[in-house]
Ligand binder design. Structure first.
Ligand code: ADP
Ligand code: MG
Length: 256
């Protein structure tokens, strides 16, 4: 079921969980995101595809307030989060983000990596944070890795631990930026399986990927980014199998 469908019974449709409106981002005067408008409904999974340099990472980083936007606005749960008066830590607590690589601190065990923010930033008692971390680790099949250092884990295990770390605050939204790009091909599947199980649980996600097969399976909606604009968007079977725009077609030919 797509969460974009209005609820039955004539109830008011809920506002989107995430709303980008006319977002513009410049680096040194060059536009990287150009008047970008995008809504993500609660429980929806939106996948960003597009060539390297099209702005996918910048878009995700702006949502997590790691980059200030140059114009436009971003709302999360109806709150204007790009208002300069908003506390960025309060926003990031509600958003989980996982990057392509180097997500875990190498000098800390997996368990300490996962419980660091809950304990230090959010002041949660160690026992409580560790209990939740162990539950999540069990869920992703990493119970036996809690006391290991990251370099003792495979890349796929490290990324699964990084996703656990992003989930530990029970975020409203998960941002995943090419979380499988740095992995050996045989390790990609275990990370994609985890993302699919989060989708089944109803986690709202916005993710960038170069795995078109994965985009097809996990996306409610695929957005093709080109030069900082969403050139085309729709259900995966539309955008991936019958793209309207010649640039989308050209991009997808690389994966055929
Ligand atoms: P993608 O993730 O789709 O590959 P990015 O968002 O990383 O694209 O990059 C979009 C554009 O923004 C690229 O031209 C890139 O060089 C530029 N860019 C990204 N981050 C910075 C930065 N910190 N400073 C200057 N330019 C940047
Ligand atoms: Mg990127």
């Amino acid at each position: 079921m797509s969460a974009a469908n209005p609820p039955a019974g004539g109830a008011e449709p809920r506002p989107p969980l995430l709303a980008l409106d006319g977002v513009r981002k410049e680096f040194g005067g060059s536009p990287v995101l150009r008047s970008l408008t995008l809504d993500v409904a609660e429980h929806e999974v939106v996948v960003l595809i597009g060539a390297s340099g099209s702005g996918k990472s910048t878009l995700l980083r702006c949502i997590n307030l790691l980059e200030p936007i140059s114009d436009g606005s971003i709302h999360l749960d109806g709150e204007h989060i790009t208002d300069p008066r908003v506390d960025p830590d309060g926003v990031r607590r509600r958003i989980g983000m996982v990057f392509q690589a180097y997500n875990l601190f190498p000098h800390m065990t997996v368990l300490d990596n996962i419980t660091l923010a809950p304990r230090r930033v959010h002041g949660r008692p160690r026992a409580e944070a560790e209990e939740q971390a162990r539950e999540l680790l069990a869920r992703v099949g990493l119970s036996d890795k809690a006391a290991e250092y990251p370099d003792r884990l495979s890349g796929g295990q490290q990324q699964r631990a990084a996703i656990v770390r992003a989930l530990v605050n029970t975020p409203r939204l998960l941002l995943l930026d090419e979380v499988t790009s740095a992995l050996d091909p045989e390790l990609v599947g275990e990370v994609l399986t985890l993302v699919q199980s989060l989708r089944a649980d109803g986690m709202t996600m916005l993710l960038a990927t170069h795995e078109m097969g994965f985009a097809r399976h996990v996306a409610d909606r695929v957005c093709f980014l080109d030069g900082g604009r969403i050139l085309e968007q729709g259900p995966p079977e539309q955008v991936l199998d019958a793209p309207e725009h010649p640039r989308t077609r050209r991009f997808l030919q690389r994966f055929a």
